[in-house]
Design a protein around this ligand. Structure first.
Ligand code: ADP
Ligand code: MG
Length: 238
C-alpha cells in the first residue's frame, strides 16, 4: 500500500516562490507523471517528496502519515535521477547492493535481492562488470536496480531517461511500464517529454511556474485541456 498526498505545499528560496501551493493525491500503484517546462519546479517538488528538501509550508502525507519530519531513508521511497553516479571501482552487483551493505544487511540476503533485481532488469549477465564496461542504458538499469533492492513502496524518477538516445528511451519506457506491473509499486515520474507522459501515465500533472495547471488522464488532458498552456504541452489544439 502506498498513497501520497501533498497538501498546500509551498517552497521559497529566499524571496522566490518556486512552488506556490500544490495539492495532489496519488493513489496506490498509480503511475503519475509530472510534466512542465524547465524551471517550473518539478525537481524541487520531487526532492520535497523524497525528503531531500523541506517544504516552506504544507504537509507531505504517505499512507496517511505526515512525513514532514521523517528523513529520506525512512519514507519508504527510492529516487532515481537523471545523473545517477555509479561507483566506478565497484561491480554492478556491489553497486546494487551498496545501500544494503551500509544498512548492515547480511551478504547472502544482499545477493538474493540483487539477483532478484537483476532478473527483473535483465542485468544477470553483467553483475561482475564495472560501470565503464556498460552502455548508457545498462548503467541506467543499474541505477534503477539500486532503487529496487530497497523495496520502496514509492519510486521517484526525475527525468531518468534524458541522457539516453531516442531508441533506448523507447525501450526503457517499455521496461519501466513492465517494472510498474511487476513491482506493484506507486511511481512518480518527471519528464519534459510529452510522448513519455502520454504513453506512461495513469495520471498526468501539468506544472507551470510552481503551480498545478491541470491533473487528469492522458486522454482527459488531450481532449479537454483547461487552457492554451496545457493544450500546448499535451498536444491537442484549443
Ligand atoms: P525543473 O526541475 O522543473 O526544471 P527545478 O525544481 O529544478 O525545476 O527549479 C525550479 C526553480 O527553482 C528554478 O527557477 C530554479 O532556479 C530554482 N531553484 C531550484 N533549486 C534552488 C536552490 N537550491 N536555490 C535557489 N533556487 C533554486
Ligand atoms: Mg528538474
Amino acid at each position: 500500500m502506498a498513497t501520497l498526498q501533498l497538501k498546500q505545499i509551498k517552497k521559497s528560496f529566499g524571496e522566490t516562490d518556486v512552488i506556490k501551493s500544490v495539492d495532489l493525491e496519488v493513489n496506490d500503484r498509480e503511475f503519475v507523471v509530472f510534466v512542465g517546462p524547465s524551471g517550473c519546479g518539478k525537481s524541487t517538488l520531487m526532492r520535497m517528496i523524497a525528503g531531500l528538501e523541506s517544504a516552506t509550508s504544507g504537509d507531505i502525507v504517505i499512507d496517511g502519515q505526515r512525513m514532514n519530519e521523517v528523513g529520506p531513508a525512512d519514507r519508504g521511497l527510492a529516487m532515481v535521477f537523471q545523473s545517477y553516479a555509479l561507483y566506478p571501482h565497484m561491480t554492478v552487483e556491489d553497486n546494487m547492493g551498496f545501500s544494503m551493505r551500509l544498512a548492515g544487511v547480511a551478504k547472502a540476503e544482499r545477493r538474493r535481492k540483487v539477483l532478484e533485481a537483476a532478473r527483473i532488469l535483465q542485468l544477470e549477465p553483467l553483475l561482475d562488470r564495472k560501470p565503464k564496461a556498460l552502455s548508457g542504458g545498462q548503467r541506467q538499469r543499474v541505477a534503477i536496480g539500486r532503487a529496487i533492492v530497497r523495496n520502496p513502496s514509492i519510486f521517484l524518477f526525475d527525468e531518468p531517461l534524458s541522457n539516453l538516445d531516442a531508441a533506448l528511451r523507447v525501450q526503457m519506457r517499455i521496461e519501466l511500464a513492465r517494472l510498474h506491473e511487476e513491482l506493484d509499486a506507486t511511481m512518480i515520474y518527471v519528464t519534459h517529454d510529452q510522448i513519455e507522459a502520454m504513453t506512461m501515465a495513469d495520471k498526468i500533472v501539468v506544472l507551470h511556474d510552481g503551480e498545478v495547471e491541470q491533473v487528469g488522464s492522458p486522454m482527459e488532458l488531450y481532449h479537454h485541456p483547461r487552457n492554451r498552456f496545457v493544450a500546448g504541452f499535451i498536444g491537442s489544439p484549443k
